[in-house]
Structure formats: C-alpha cells, structure tokens
Design a protein around this ligand. Structure first.
Ligand code: FEO
Ligand code: CA
Ligand code: CA
Length: 741
C-alpha cells in the first residue's frame, strides 16, 4: 500500500482501513528441507527439478518452437552475495557485483508523439505515460515476432500496477506545478491528471547490447486508468447491486483502482488486485436514511464507508460530468434500482481484474467469483491436469481474512496456449467455490466455504444474504459469518514452486493487544505477538513488525497445516517475545509486504513497506531460501495481562534462518517502499518497483527541491527535474549470473 507512515490521519484512514467489527473469535478455533536445490532452468537439473516444474504447469509455454536454453547442471550457490547493510541513504543499494538501473518512472511516455517528461508539475497526457506508485508487476515474454513466447529472456512486456499517488490534503501534489488545490472543490484539470495516473500499465522492455530499456513507442504499450471501461464477470455480473447510471444492466464499470498485488495465470494473463478503493468515494451525511437503512448500509460500513465519509482526493467535485459524479457513492436519484445515480458504484471495485497483457484491444474483466475485499496478490497453487485450480488471496486491512478460490473446471493443459486467453479466464475463474481460512491453535487449519448452503451464512443475523452474487460482493460479511480468523493484515501471498506451500506476509497490526479495548483483540496462535517497539520516543504497539505464515495442504481440499515462517523484528529485540526468529543485523526487517517466489531459482523474495523501523533503515528486499511447514518447533509466548493473569500462546515456528537461508539484498531510497518483482525465465534479470520515494515531503515544499525527502531517481541520473518519482528498476549481475546467487 502507499503508506505514509507519519501521515495525516486522512491518509491512514484511506489506506489502512479498520472496519472489521465482527465478533469473530481470534482465539476460538484459532486460539488457536530447506528448499531442494533444484535446477535453475526447466529441464536443466535432474528429476527433482523436472518433476517440480512439471507439477506446476511451468512447462505450459506459449506458442514457440524456440528451444529451451539449457544451463549446465551445476547450480550456483544461492545467497552467495554479501548482505546489504541497513541504510538511510537516498539510493537503491544492491550487493557488490550487481547493478540496479532505472527503467520506467512516473510520467515516462508510452506512446509515440508524447513529449518527454518535464517533471515540474506541468506535464499532461498521463493516460499515455507511466502512472504513479508502481506496485505489483508481472513479466510476459515476447519472441522476435513480437508475439507471446514464455521462454523469451531479452524481450517482454511488463504489466505494472499503479497503486496510488503521493498526496496530502486531497492533492497529488508532485503532479501539479504549485502542488495543486488542497481544498474542495478540486479543479477538473487536476482531477483528470490524478485519475489518469491510477490503474495499470503494460510496457514493452528489451535488452539490447547488454542494456535493458523500455520501448516508448511500442504498439503493445497501453494503460488502463481509473476511468477505463471494464466488464463485470462471474457470479455478480448483472446483479442489482451493480446497477449504475453508467451500467443500468450491472455488467460493466469504469476503472480499476488502487492496484496493489498481482498474479499471472497459467494461461498467460495478468491479474491485478484492487486494494484500498473505498477511500476514493464519498458518501452524503444523511445517506443511511436516504437508503432507508437497508442492507446496503451494512455493506458500506463493513467496507469502510460510513455516511459522511470524505473521499481521498475529492474527485467528485471536479464538475457535473458523470466522470466526476461517479465518485459520489450516495443515493441522490429517485429510481428504485440505482440506475439514475452512483449509489452502487463502490460495488464495482474491490476485485481481482484479469487483463490480457498481450492484447490491448480486449476489455479487462473483474472476476467477482474471487470475492470483493482489499485484494493483494492472487497466487495459483499447484497446477495439475484434471484437477481444479486453486487461487490464494489476502485482504489487507487490520483483522481481515485469508481466502482461497477453487475452480469448478478441471485443468486442461491445452488451455495454457489458447488464443482467446480471457475465454480461458471465464472457464476457470467465473465458476468455483470461495473459502475463508480458520487457523487452529494446534497448527491445523480449515477452509470454510462461503456459500448459502452453509447455514452460518444463510442464517446470519447481521446480513441476510440473497444469493451467490451477494456473497461475491459482500465477501467480508460472509467470512465474518463463518468465523474466519482475523489476521495481522494479509498482504501478498506466493506459492513455493518446490513444494506447493502457500506463504502470506502479515505486514503489521496495531490492533493486537493482550489488554484489548475498543477495536483491539487478543493475539492468537497464528498472530501471536503483541508488544511495544520504540521508534525514537514514539511507541508502536500491537504487532508493529509483522510476520509471515505459511500453509501446507494435503490430499484433503479443506484442511491445511501451518506455521509461522518468520517474524519481522529488530535484531536487538527480545528473542523470547519479539525477535523470535533470531534475525541478525544482515537479516532484520519490519513490515513484510511484497512476496514473490522465483521460478528460476526458488528464492523467496520478501519486500517491505514499513513505518516502524524507518528511523534506522529505509525499506528493503530480502532473499530467502525457506524450508517447509513444520521444520521448526513450537514456541511459547508468555504474557502477563494488566490484571496480573497469565496467558501463554503456543505457536509453531519455522526453523531459524541462517546466513545461507536469509539475507538482505536491497535497500531503497528515502521514503520508498519496495514492491513488485518480475523476472526473466532464466533468472538473470529481475524487475523491482520503488514506490513513493520522498513521500514524507511536505506539500508546502513542492517547489523547493532542497526540502524534498528524496530526489530519487534524479539523483541516480535518471530523467528531468528533481521531484521524486516511483519507478521500475532492473537488476542484473555483472558477471551475467542468476540473481540471488
Ligand atoms: Fe498496497 Fe496492502 O499494500
Ligand atoms: Ca502491498
Ligand atoms: Ca524500533
């Protein structure tokens, strides 16, 4: 997320929403091999690597006869690089022997005829430029013919999320010469810039004479913005809750918003998760009564929009045009069904959106079957012929849930190379079952189906579910009904290609407390820490440094076992209650967020979006070579509550990391978070996003570069102007080796 740490209350509200007021037990049920050194490239190393890769459908390559490049079988030692020290410098630091280069920054043109970016607040045409706040990212290989080629290593498309923008008091201030208008109404010209820098970009990149660059004039480049037409697909398509003035049939909407984590389907399309979308909408002060206090009010509250809520940017004040009015999520019309206003507009956001990165003429589809919440990444489990597909997902807000979608259709490997990729998406993602996770204290867990056939849902008193569409739209409420486990803000998840285990980052949670009051709740086995970390003189309470859980499924579809893979912590913190994973100075981190397994090397890349340890270090990326669920031991956290009573929490913790299984690889510039990672199939180039460098800059200093928190990437020699810019970087190894070796 874009995450102004010492941010105004408003930004925190829009980004770190906290509307799970359900009484769900966090303690009920809840309370309750080191990675096989497999080959670096498919087919390159013996039976282990080949079997693993075949099992994951990685062999389903796009239509190319190009031979797979076969490397010598000797696998280089992973994590052979020297750890990058924690740093507060305004640079991207990578290990000795590696080079990080800026590739594609906010405002860079993606169509011929668009002027070079001046970066002084006077630029326009943002729908033909890189958007802001680069986030999740996926690679789509291109052959010499410019068509899909899953083996390509030197030419491809990067599909990039543009999550949000660096803002203060409504305005995305680096986009406007004087910082823009920080009061209502917002001028239309400012709103038009700001809607256009949201969404996603698809941009061609290529390596030529040893150097990577993006291709500004590629005919394959395109953007989707907060206003692009997108189709509603799956169970909620055509539902009454999606009827708007724009789409009286409830089958389309405009825009994708606050795009955070990503995924890539086995058939070669891009998945983007809509995260903190609710903050962009306003609601009238008396809207509850205007709606007759019907169940839409319950829904709006559960999704963070109480009546009277202000919007993050005030886009609804840009003018009378429909493209501004749609941000007003109030009942203003007289119709019974909402076809004359935008009372239902928010129901068009909050999905996993499928986009064909290879074909900009195709309309993207919101896959409502995967549920509606603050989506992060969408990772596929083991892909096996004749079996359903599983997609794992997290809902990033305090105390929200972990989900899994299982397709009705069983996998046909021929679908990997179909020409109509979105039709394959219809087949696997529009029909299936959605589950929420319950973590038991004994290290087991259960997936609970979210369906009307479950009496906990059909009989739920707080919200009367009508049908499957209602569950797809109001997924959080359905998960409340079944008693899913409240987690410490599930961010990205990723599936270990070596063994199919599912890893989730749980970034932090200020609502954990052993003496809970108000909206707080007790720690539990899967979220076992509640402590105080000092940031200077300021106390950070709850679970300020976050952790990673991982899950292992067996033959039973609805059961799993789990452990805590790693706890974020400062190296010097108490090893019994805080630095439980015994992280060293070369390993310590806080607030894990982005999470990607390399298919080339098996490395688990962990990226941070932190506000707790930033007095000591900028955000970072670590390389890990994890083992497997159950490779460690149970640990007991012993708490004494305010009333003097004792509370012991026993939790399974993964095997402690060593300097050959976890090491810091990158530290970013000031004010940035590190997020999104894509790689070439040979593992010799990785693409990483640096989001919101300089976000701690005060809007009043927009024209005084000496007062910017960061001047990156200008200070790295990239582009005009000194205003900080989110950007994609490419990292290569100077000796041409694989990244992370
Ligand atoms: Fe966009 Fe939850 O991070
Ligand atoms: Ca994130
Ligand atoms: Ca601290």
């Amino acid at each position: 997320m874009n995450h102004r740490v010492d941010a105004p209350e408003q930004a925190i509200d829009f980004n770190n929403e906290n509307s799970n007021t359900s009484a769900n037990p966090t303690f009920d049920a809840v309370l309750g091999a080191r990675l096989s050194r497999r080959g670096l490239l498919r087919g390159s190393v013996g039976s282990v690597g080949t079997a693993v890769l075949a099992g994951f459908g990685v062999t389903a390559c796009g239509g190319s006869d190009d031979p797979v490049v076969v490397e010598p079988p000797a696998a280089p030692k992973l994590l052979g690089f020297g750890a990058v020290p924690k740093s507060l410098a305004d640079v991207v630091a990578v290990p000795a022997g590696y080079t990080a280069s800026v590739l594609f920054a906010l405002g860079d043109p993606i169509a011929s005829g668009v002027a070079a970016y001046k970066n002084d607040g006077t630029d326009g045409d943002y729908d033909k430029r890189a958007g802001d706040h680069h986030d999740g990212m996926e690679w789509f290989g291109l052959g010499a013919d410019g068509k899909r080629n899953d083996n390509a290593t030197e030419r491809g498309l990067l599909a990039i999320n543009h999550e949000a923008t660096t803002d203060e008091k409504l305005s995305s201030f680096f986009l406007h010469a004087d910082g823009g208008t920080s009061t209502l109404p917002r001028p239309a010209a400012e709103v038009d810039k700001e809607t256009a820098i949201h969404g996603i970009a698809v941009v061609e990149v290529a390596k030529s004479t040893g150097k990577w660059s993006y291709v500004p004039g590629s005919a394959q480049n395109f953007r989707l913005t907060a206003l692009s037409a997108i189709e509603i697909a799956g169970p909620a398509r055509g539902n009454a809750q999606l009827i708007t003035k724009y789409s009286p049939t409830g089958t389309t909407t405009r825009g994708t918003l606050n795009n955070c984590g990503t995924g890539k389907t086995p058939w070669g399309t891009f998945l983007t998760g809509e995260e903190n979308w609710f903050g962009y909408f306003t609601r009238g002060a008396a809207d509850d009564a205007a709606r007759g206090n019907d169940k839409s009010v319950t829904s709006l509250k559960r999704y963070g929009r109480n009546q009277g809520a202000a919007s993050r940017h005030g886009w609804e004040t840009g003018g009378a045009d429909d493209k501004y009015q749609r941000w007003n999520n109030s009942k203003t019309g007289a119709s019974a069904n909402g076809s004359d206003d935008y009372r239902n507009e928010m129901n068009g956001m909050g999905y996993i959106v499928e986009i064909d990165a290879y074909d900009k003429t195709r309309t993207a589809k919101k896959r409502t079957g995967l549920g509606r919440f603050a989506h992060e990444s969408a990772a596929f489990g083991k892909v096996e012929a004749g079996k359903p597909l599983s997609i794992y997902m997290g809902d990033d807000s305090r105390g929200e849930y972990i989900y899994k979608f299982v397709s009705t259709a069983t996998w046909n490997p021929a679908d990997a190379n179909a020409n109509d990729r979105l039709a394959i998406g219809d087949k696997y993602m529009d029909s299936g079952k959605l589950y929420a996770a319950k973590f038991n204290a004994d290290g087991t867990g259960t997936w609970v189906e979210l369906a009307l056939s479950n009496t906990a849902i059909s009989g739920y008193a707080a919200y009367k579910f009508a049908d499957a569409a209602d569950i797809a739209i109001n997924t959080r409420i359905a998960a409340d009904a079944v008693g899913a486990t409240k987690m410490d803000r599930p961010e990205w998840n990723a599936v270990n290609p070596a063994n199919g285990e599912i890893y989730f980052t749980l970034t932090n949670n200020s609502n954990r407390s052993v003496n809970p009051t108000g909206s707080q709740y007790l720690p539990d086995a899967a979220n076992p820490r509640a402590y105080t970390d000092m940031k200077g003189t300021s106390a950070q309470n709850g679970n300020p440094n976050g952790h990673l859980v991982r899950m292992k499924e067996g033959a039973a579809v609805l059961a799993f076992t789990w452990d805590v893979y790693l706890f974020g912590a400062e190296a010097g913190a108490d090893k019994a209650m805080v630095n439980i994973s015994s992280l060293t100075a070369d390993q310590d981190f806080s607030s894990p967020d982005g999470l990607v397994f390399s298919k080339a090397t098996g490395i688990c890349w962990i990226q941070t979006d932190d506000g707790a340890y930033t007095d000591v270090t900028n955000c970072m990326m670590l390389a890990a070579v994890p083992g497997s669920v159950g490779d460690g031991a149970k640990k007991t956290l012993s708490y004494t509550k305010a009333d003097g009573s004792k509370m012991d929490i026993v939790t399974p913790v993964g095997k402690a990391a060593t300097d050959s299984t976890l090491k810091r690889f990158l530290v970013g510039p000031k004010g940035s978070e590190i997020t999104g990672l894509a790689e070439t199939p040979d593992g010799k180039a990785i693409f990483v996003n640096i989001q919101h460098p300089g976000e701690g800059t005060a809007m009043a200093n927009v024209s005084d570069a000496t007062k910017y928190q960061s001047q990156w990437p200008a200070n790295a020699g990239y582009g005009a102007g000194k205003r900080p810019r989110s950007a994609t970087i490419v990292i290569t190894k100077n000796d041409g080796g694989v990244i992370g070796s």
